[in-house]
Design a protein around this ligand. Structure first.
Ligand code: ADP
Ligand code: XUL
Length: 539
């Protein structure tokens, strides 16, 4: 049994990657897209409709339905589940699932003749799950920070100041707005630990990687922080699962999956982690010095960190790395869906979008967009608004270039606190297949950019984590270097090199972009003079 299964329960899809660790082979890669396959749940791109643009919830039963569908698809493709030694997974971070007292019994006695969604529906104490795109908890963030001694105190303690999408502020809002349902909640899981619980047939622990995205865990001690729990909601300690190392074992697989899908009863379930910690492994970032930019639903910028180095500007996060170390991360909500909005607004295909990028020039002639189509996490923007400076809405190529340049500029500006001199960037996620976008990335960051064979770094990282933890449990631990070798390596020929002229130009462009951001968000000066200065550098 040398097969390991990695799943990724992400915003828009559920994906699986199966690897053979001995043969160093990726056996299979498959996804269920929620829009395409599960429209009956009423979500768009994984989110339930809501009149308030700051609220973003999803349906946990949709994730379960996707799991059943995915395993059925894999079986049809001939996957021998009986050969899978261990399963681990990755979940969109921060999202939470609320279960009542029936959950433990329901998880333990799932009937293989019925669907997961049908059997676990009565165990939900809250029918929907707030996810990472939710930004409706500003008030709760303020309250928690005030109770603990301010944003820096919270950041020092948990690795991040309070963020609207983090689980603690979301739990506080639930307790305030729906006290009866909070009272009937006996366990609050993350997406990751919820999915692991289903596989294990019992409440699974939250791993240190994903636990760090809650504003509840002491980042250094890796225990629930009493001060944070007190500031969040009453009776919270009893409602949280245990915390565990990412490379521990939850238990053996539930009989449900043995009987219904043909897994071996010996299959181990490994704690699931967040999609970003899993991606860290999936791109082989097990040492410092390189960063990854993931262009998924959100755009994220992250890297390995040996010690927790906390952002003084309150712009980023420190999470646990599955290796037992740390990682830094900055999240931009206006990622792929925002590029897609611009593409669709002009009726373009991705090919035409890329063509528009190729035909327009670096620096866009000084035309700038601040693309807050939805609320933004970095920099913080709660009310969505698109700002255009010197840019007409009808200018197709100008808008296409402006949205990508804005995203890359925001990453460069807001990642300064990490203090990493980046010479190499690994690109992953759905949009990393687009080389026209990667060229702008290389030039703005003045770094070589590489693509990966497997775009689904989170699912791959989960599969590699499954192998690492299961081998360790068997007393046969394999060092991380050996685990990731041959799987999580960039494609050497995919290298996109920065162009020296463009790099120089973008150094000036960043000043213009920053002036526009200051003007729009912080009451700064009119950026017209900055634009003129930039135009002079063009001539
Ligand atoms: P997640 O795992 O967060 O659900 P993915 O990493 O699978 O998301 O990325 C999905 C996104 O990839 C889509 O929303 C789409 O906008 C983007 N995408 C797919 N193909 C391209 C392309 N050729 N160019 C740019 N973006 C693309
Ligand atoms: C990270 C974040 C997102 C989600 C969804 O902090 O909010 O990247 O993990 O992918």
């Amino acid at each position: 049994m040398s097969l390991y299964l990695g799943l990724d329960s992400s915003t828009q899809s559920l994906s699986a990657i199966l690897i053979d660790i001995e043969k160093r082979q990726l056996v299979l890669d498959h996804s269920i897209n929620f829009n395409e396959r599960l429209p009956e749940f009423g979500c768009t791109n994984g989110v339930l409709p809501n009149a308030d643009p700051t609220v973003a919830h999803s349906d946990p039963l949709m994730w379960l339905a996707a799991l059943g569908m995915l395993l059925d698809d894999l079986r049809k493709k001939g996957v021998a589940f009986s050969q899978v030694a261990a399963i681990a997974g990755s979940g969109q971070q921060h999202g939470s699932v609320y279960l009542n007292a029936k959950a433990a019994g329901a998880l333990k006695s799932l009937s293989p003749r019925k669907s997961l969604a049908r059997q676990l529906k009565p165990a939900l104490s809250r029918p929907t799950s707030p996810i990472w795109m939710d930004s409706s908890t500003k008030q709760q963030c303020d309250e928690i920070e005030a109770a603990v001694g301010g944003p820096s105190a919270v950041a020092e303690l948990t690795g991040s100041s309070c963020f609207e999408r983090f689980t603690g502020p979301q739990i506080r809002k639930f307790w305030q707005k729906e006290p009866a349902r909070y009272t009937s909640t006996s366990k609050i899981h993350l997406v990751s630990s919820f999915m692991a619980s289903v596989f294990a047939g019992k409440h699974a622990a939250i791993d240190h990687g994903d636990g760090a995205g809650m504003n509840l865990m002491d980042i250094r001690g890796r225990v629930w922080s009493p001060a944070m729990l007190r500031a969040t909601a009453p009776g919270l300690r009893a409602r949280l699962p245990a915390l565990a190392r990412s490379d521990s074992v939850v238990g053996r697989i539930s009989p449900y999956f043995v009987e219904r899908h043909g897994f071996s009863p010996k299959t181990l379930v490994i704690p699931w982690s967040g999609d970003n910690p899993c991606s860290l492994i999936g791109v082989g970032l097990i040492r410092s010095g390189r960063v990854c930019i993931s262009l998924g639903t959100s755009d994220t910028y992250f890297g390995f960190m040996p010690e927790p180095h906390i952002s003084r500007e309150g712009e980023g996060h420190v999470f646990g790395s599955p290796t037992g170390d740390y990682m830094s991360l900055i999240c931009f909500l206006n990622g792929s869906l925002t590029r897609e909005k611009v593409k669709d607004a002009y009726g373009l295909s991705w090919e035409q979008f890329s063509e528009a990028l190729r035909q327009s020039k670096p620096g866009n002639g000084g035309k700038v967009m601040l693309p807050y189509f939805t609320p933004e996490i970095t920099p913080k923007v709660l009310q969505p608004k698109v700002y255009r400076y010197g840019l007409e809405e009808g200018d197709v190529a100008g808008n296409v270039r402006a949205v990508v340049e804005a995203q890359m500029a925001a990453m460069a500006i807001h990642s300064k606190w990490m203090g990493v001199k980046t010479r190499t960037v690994y690109a992953t996620g759905g949009a990393s297949s687009n080389r026209a976008i990667l060229e702008i990335m290389a030039n703005v960051h003045n770094a070589d950019v590489y693509q990966f064979q497997v775009g689904k770094s989170a699912a791959l990282g989960a599969a590699l984590r499954a192998a690492h933890a299961a081998l360790k449990a068997a007393g046969d631990e394999m060092p991380w270097e050996k685990i990731v070798a041959g799987f999580a390596e960039p494609i050497a020929e995919s290298r996109v090199r920065p162009d020296r002229e463009a790099v120089k130009l973008y150094r000036e462009f960043l000043k213009l972009y920053k002036a526009c951001e200051d003007h729009a968000l912080r009451g700064g000066k009119d950026p017209a003079p900055a634009r003129e200065r930039f135009l002079k550098t063009l001539s």
